[in-house]
Structures are given as structure tokens and as C-alpha cells.
Design a protein around this ligand. Structure first.
Ligand code: GLY
Ligand code: MN
Ligand code: MN
Length: 437
């Protein structure tokens, strides 16, 4: 659990990186209509969550380092207490309780939003705001600026508007010990769910039934929702990278690729495992699986501070290219295959990505146009895969095989710590787990 102090410390670190005489404006997410008058399950905006841990929609966080406030000012605009809304939609914190919970200097009700924005922006030289993320928020923000630029207030209008996101997202890229602990919990919950699905799977069941088993285990372990749409691809559906239809009946002899991750206290896990529906890998499946696993383990061994994701990608591509040549799936020399990047016919995605509050988390992969070396406290996925579609030129026995193996790791001072090690990935271990059901 991220403590109230950690949220405050994040706000202070953000303010410390802003110009003097600055105000930061950070809106929360709003509800999104699903159909007619029903909404999707609410998901807080990751940036707003990172700074507050507040779970209600339609709030705004306002932070200032202006000397008029003694260089630290925190305010929030929150939904007002409303008897009818609370009967229908649930309790609201309200402005008064928000003051204490978030150590605010001021709390406003949503009906005072326009005034609160005007008051808090005026007299600041710089405003930090993420323009272009949300049209409705942008309109409110721009309306406040327009009003401030009008006489007689024009001397109070800000002189510069900065993008908040580069500062905030660089902060989010490096995980605190507490964040790593929460991500470890998300990973452990997710590992349990993958093991449950392996033990439940049997030819004849439907992909969405495995999805249900996964989501059941998430909930029973304390995570209500997945961090992204769960992928359960059986047979050649495993070759569709972001397959989410999950409506096919699983056949004897199929491999099942499950890419699923729990969201726990806002943080994502992202695990992929691939296993045989009937509990026994065929020899062709073993060939491809062994190759993906070799690449994945070799990347894990290689990762350390200073290594770039592009280097890790090329390392995995080299192993996979050599293996595909050995199996007769690629022809020609290693050098030609690498030069022409022929692996991309079978391994179409990157080796991994940052992960955190968002499954594909924020943070720059490049710095000054150069690949950025990994550093301790970054959390990334490692997920090579091989996907041999039915219409590929590969030998017949390999057609329709799609395999990805994905773990989440935190970069340490000397290498990596694997957060998702609880779910087996050795073929014999998977077969043993499936036999033990
Ligand atoms: N679950 C999406 C990904 O692995 O990137
Ligand atoms: Mn991933
Ligand atoms: Mn994934």
C-alpha cells in the first residue's frame, strides 16, 4: 500500500522540478459511457492516481510553489456531497474530509471548479498542465486562461505554459521500494491465476472460460480487475498478438497462449505463458517452446544497468534467428537473416516495455535521440515470442504455433529481480503442474 506520505513526497518532488512561481493542474478521470446510461467500470487517471491515490472521478489536483503560499500549496476540487447521487452511485468523500485526508491547504467543490482554477492560476508565472489529453479538461483550462488574459486581470495571467508530462512520467519510470512491493503483489496474484488456468484447461473448454478462471483468481486474491483485456488464444489464435475475442473452443493438441495481468492498487502485472491444452507438449511444440524459452532466459541473464532495450531485443533476435535456421524455418546464412531482419516474419514485437501504473507504462525509451540505458528501479517486461501462422512458409509441423513467454522484472544494481517467477515456464514443470490437477 502506498502511504499518504509517499503521495505527498511525490507532489513535493514534482513541485521541486518546476520553475519558481509555478502552479500544476492535474485533473482526474471521468466516467465513460458504455451504453445509453451505463458506464464502464471507473478507472482513475494514472497520473492523478500517482500523485494522490484518490479513487473518485471528476477531481482536480492543484499544486503551487509560489512564495505567496510559503512555496507549498496543495488544493483539490472534489465532487460535492450529494444525497441523491450518493444513494444511486455511492459515497463521496466531499471537500471537508478531503482537506484532512490529503493534507490540503484548500478544498473546493466541483461546482466551484471554474473559480478555483482562476484563483489558483492567477499571479503564477508558469503553469504546468498536460494539454491535449482530454478535450473537456482542456476547454476548462483554456477558458480560465482566456478570462485571465482579459483586462483588468491581464497582469495576473501566466507568462508560460509547460507540459507537465515529461517531469511526471520521468518520475513514474523509477519505482520506489513501496511501488516495487505493490507490483510484486500484483505479480504474485497474476501467477496464481495463470497456474489456476493451467490446471483448469482441458480440450473442449472455451477460451473465455479460461479467462473467467483467471479473473476469478484475481478477485479471490484481492485484485478486482485485470490491468488490460485478457488474451486467451488457443491453436493459431496464439499467433494474434493482441487477440481478445476469446470465443473459440479449445481443441486437443492445441497450445494455449494466455497473456493476463492483474491490476493491484493501480499497478499492473503482465504475464504470458503458453501450455498444451491436453497437458503434453508435442515434439514440434517443444522445438519452438525451447527456442523462445532460451531467448527469454538469455535476455534475463543479460539485463543489467547500462544495457538498452534495443540491445536486449537484438540479443533475443539473434538467438531466435539461429534457432529458426536450425529448425529449417528460416533458410540462408545467419548474417543475411540478421541483416534483412527476417526474424520479424515470426517475432513481430519488441522484447519488452516499461510497466507500472499502465501496462505499457510511461517514460522515454530514448534520450537525445539515443537508446536509453536501463537503470535500477525501472520495471520492464521480457517477452520474446515466435508466431508461425498457418499461411507461412514454415515446415508443416510448425504451422499454427504461437508461443510467448513473458515475465516482469525490476532492474537492480547488478541485474534483475524477476517479479513473476511463481508461475512455471519450464515445459516439464508445466506438464507436472497440469498433471497435478
Ligand atoms: N499484454 C500486452 C503486452 O504484453 O504487451
Ligand atoms: Mn507485455
Ligand atoms: Mn502481456
Amino acid at each position: 500500500m502506498i502511504s499518504a506520505q509517499e503521495f505527498i513526497a511525490r507532489q513535493d518532488r514534482l513541485l521541486a522540478q518546476c520553475q519558481p512561481h509555478s502552479v500544476c493542474i492535474i485533473p482526474a478521470a471521468s466516467l465513460v459511457t458504455r451504453s445509453r446510461d451505463t458506464e464502464y467500470l471507473f478507472r482513475q487517471d494514472s497520473d492523478f492516481w500517482y500523485l494522490t491515490g484518490f479513487e473518485e472521478p471528476n477531481a482536480w489536483l492543484i499544486l503551487s510553489n509560489h512564495p505567496r503560499y510559503g512555496e507549498r500549496y496543495r488544493a483539490m476540487v472534489v465532487q460535492e456531497k450529494d444525497k441523491s447521487a450518493e444513494i444511486w452511485q455511492g459515497k463521496r468523500l466531499g471537500a471537508e474530509a478531503a482537506l484532512a485526508r490529503f493534507s490540503l491547504d484548500e478544498a473546493f467543490e466541483l461546482q466551484e471548479l471554474e473559480e478555483a482554477l482562476l484563483e489558483s492560476i492567477q499571479g503564477h508565472e508558469h503553469v504546468y498542465y498536460a494539454l491535449g489529453c482530454h478535450a473537456q479538461h482542456d476547454t476548462l483550462f483554456k477558458d480560465a486562461l482566456t478570462t485571465l488574459r482579459e483586462a483588468p486581470k491581464e497582469s495576473l495571467a501566466p507568462k508560460a505554459i509547460f507540459d507537465l508530462l515529461p517531469i511526471l512520467h520521468e518520475m513514474r519510470l523509477f519505482k520506489s521500494a513501496c511501488e516495487v512491493a505493490v507490483m510484486k503483489a500484483a505479480a504474485e496474484i497474476t501467477a496464481r491465476a495463470h497456474k489456476r488456468a493451467m490446471q483448469f484447461a482441458t480440450p473442449g473448454c472455451f477460451e473465455y472460460q479460461l479467462e473467467a478462471e483467471i479473473h476469478h483468481e484475481f478477485a479471490m486474491a484481492g485484485a478486482r480487475a485485470p490491468a488490460y483485456s485478457t488474451i486467451v488464444g488457443s491453436g493459431s489464435n496464439g499467433c494474434i498478438l493482441h487477440y481478445t475475442q476469446n470465443n473459440a473452443q479449445i481443441k486437443d493438441g492445441d497450445l494455449i497462449l494466455i497473456d493476463a495481468g492483474a491490476e493491484y492498487q493501480g499497478y499492473a502485472a503482465d504475464i504470458t505463458r503458453t501450455f498444451p491444452a491436453n497437458g503434453k507438449f508435442t515434439s514440434a511444440q517443444r522445438d519452438i517452446y525451447a527456442l523462445v524459452l532460451k531467448a527469454q532466459k538469455s535476455v534475463l541473464d543479460k539485463l543489467a544497468p547500462g544495457v538498452t532495450l534495443t540491445e536486449a531485443m537484438l540479443h533475443s533476435a539473434e538467438i531466435i534467428t539461429q534457432g529458426l535456421i536450425d529448425l529449417g524455418i528460416l533458410s540462408g546464412s545467419m548474417a543475411d537473416n540478421l541483416e534483412q531482419e527476417r526474424w520479424r516474419d515470426y517475432y513481430m514485437h519488441g522484447v519488452g516495455h516499461f510497466i507500472g501504473l499502465d501496462v505499457h507504462d510511461v517514460g522515454n525509451y530514448k534520450s537525445d535521440g539515443e537508446d536509453r540505458p536501463l537503470k535500477p528501479s525501472m520495471v520492464i517486461t521480457v517477452e520474446p515470442g515466435i508466431y508461425i501462422s498457418e499461411d507461412s512458409d514454415a515446415p508443416e509441423q510448425y504451422k499454427g504455433i504461437g508461443i510467448r513467454i513473458e515475465d516482469d522484472v525490476v532492474i537492480t544494481a547488478t541485474g534483475v529481480e524477476v517479479l513473476t517467477a511463481d508461475v512455471p515456464k519450464e515445459m516439464d514443470e508445466i506438464e507436472a503442474l497440469m498433471r497435478a490437477k
